[in-house]
Design a protein around this ligand. Structure first.
Ligand SMILES: Nc1ncnc2c1ncn2[C@@H]1O[C@H](COP(=O)(O)OP(=O)(O)OP(=O)(O)O)[C@@H](O)[C@H]1O
Ligand SMILES: [Mg+2]
Length: 386
């Protein structure tokens, strides 16, 4: 006899899907990604003070959802929103981040109660998802009754507020600093998506690492302000590079002013650079669509050359410091061998070793050792001039 069977879904699935985040801060980023997808201009996150029972609140001014959308889109598990609505957002044409249809459960990792309050099309909809009750429920996830309430609101009002209360005590308290670091690496370049954490607008200062500031008055371009950071190797930067901002608008894509074509600069370290140049005086040197600078603009070329120099200087300095730190042991051995060379050959040997070290920035000490050794053998083997 042939019959049909059906999957059953334990409500615990909602928790399992929310448990894959490394930290509460990572889980919160998921909710910020939802605000991005909702075409929000702003998202405000407020984190509770330590030792209080205050909730975490994530508020955005995006498109929001009406009751129907909450039921059909928000509560639909594992739906790829791009299949129905494409991979660009409707209003701002942003590349959509949501793809798995499970990000909403991130909130349940951090808290026992997740409340959604969302406004669109003249309706404000409230929905509560209680973690403990879901866990205890002896029913199918689809059958679990969630409380949903609606009220009328102004037709033009839109946006969403997620409130996470009864925070999970077994996780360390989310800190504004860590959350900012995480968000700035992803969203640091966006001019139309402003993130506020505990009232502070996220900016370049929130990127971990030393900040470099250079200012100059350029012929043709006027006053130019260059700020950049070189982040730690461990940090993964999205959109690394330097952008040029003219009148607040970013022109073209992040780049390195030709430094990426230079042989002595390893690409890997350039991926750790994040910064911007403000050059309002270049307004007449951009292409009509602001997609690039006019190639033969003298003012731009002068500025680019100056920027390259500043960048080169700091990058090399940082890079040498990193290499020296990482390869300290190897360096000691090399120095011992160099010390035994005839004096007139030492400076050349030191320079050669330094060049090799910098070139082999990405290599492990074990890999570098034989290369260094062969070169030193050669240097030691050159017969002395008479
Ligand atoms: N802040 C929000 N504003 C408006 N709509 C939202 C918001 N958060 C979620 N939604 C809607 O609910 C849907 C489900 O969100 P969820 O985060 O669970 O999945 P997703 O974003 O589609 O994919 P992913 O799992 O990759 O995040 C979204 O696709 C979106 O339609
Ligand atoms: Mg999502």
């Amino acid at each position: 006899m042939i019959q049909t069977a059906h999957f059953k879904i334990d409500p615990r699935l909602a928790m399992l899907l929310g448990e894959t985040y490394r930290s509460t801060e990572h889980a919160l980023k998921e909710l910020v990604d939802n605000a991005w997808d909702a075409d929000a201009d702003h998202v405000w996150i407020s984190l509770p003070d330590a030792m209080t029972t205050d909730p975490i609140v994530i508020k955005d001014d995006g498109c929001g959802m009406d009751e129907n959308e909450v039921r059909k889109e928000y509560l639909m598990v594992a739906r790829d929103r791009r299949s129905g609505r494409g991979d660009r957002t409707a209003r701002k044409n942003r590349l959509v981040k949501g793809r798995k249809g499970i990000g909403k459960f991130a909130g349940l990792m951090a808290a026992d109660i997740m409340q959604l309050e969302t406004m669109a099309n003249g309706i404000i909809t409230y929905l509560t998802i209680p973690r403990q009750e879901l866990l205890k429920a002896n029913t199918d996830l689809e059958q679990f009754e969630l409380l949903i309430t609606t009220l009328e609101c102004g037709l033009g009002e839109h946006g969403t507020v997620i409130t996470l209360s009864d925070l999970n005590q077994s996780f360390s308290f989310p800190t504004a600093e860590r959350l900012k670091e995480l968000l700035i690496l992803e969203y640091g370049r966006q001019t139309d998506f402003k993130i506020h954490v505990n009232g502070d607008l996220l900016g370049m200062e929130d990127i971990p690492g030393d900040i470099f500031n250079h200012e100059a008055d350029m012929p043709g371009a006027g006053p130019v302000r260059f700020r950049f950071k070189i982040v730690d190797k461990k940090q993964k930067l999205k959109n690394a590079g330097i952008v040029v901002r003219v009148g607040g608008k970013i022109v073209g894509k992040p780049g390195y002013f030709g430094l990426d074509d230079e042989e002595d600069i390893p690409h890997k370290i350039l991926k750790q650079v994040f910064g911007e140049i403000e050059a309002d005086g270049l307004a007449d040197d951009t292409t009509a669509d602001w997609g690039a600078f006019v190639e033969n603009s003298k003012a731009f070329q002068v500025m680019a050359q100056w920027a390259q120099q500043q960048l080169r200087q700091e990058v090399l300095r940082k890079y040498k410091r990193e290499v020296n730190l990482a390869k300290a042991r190897l360096k000691k051995e090399i120095n011992q061998r160099i010390a035994k060379l005839p004096e007139y050959r030492r400076a050349y040997a030191e320079q050669t070793m330094e060049r090799i070290m910098l070139r082999c920035y990405d290599q492990s000490e074990e890999r570098m050792k034989p290369i260094m050794s062969v070169v030193l053998d050669a240097l030691e083997g050159i017969p002395d001039r008479i």
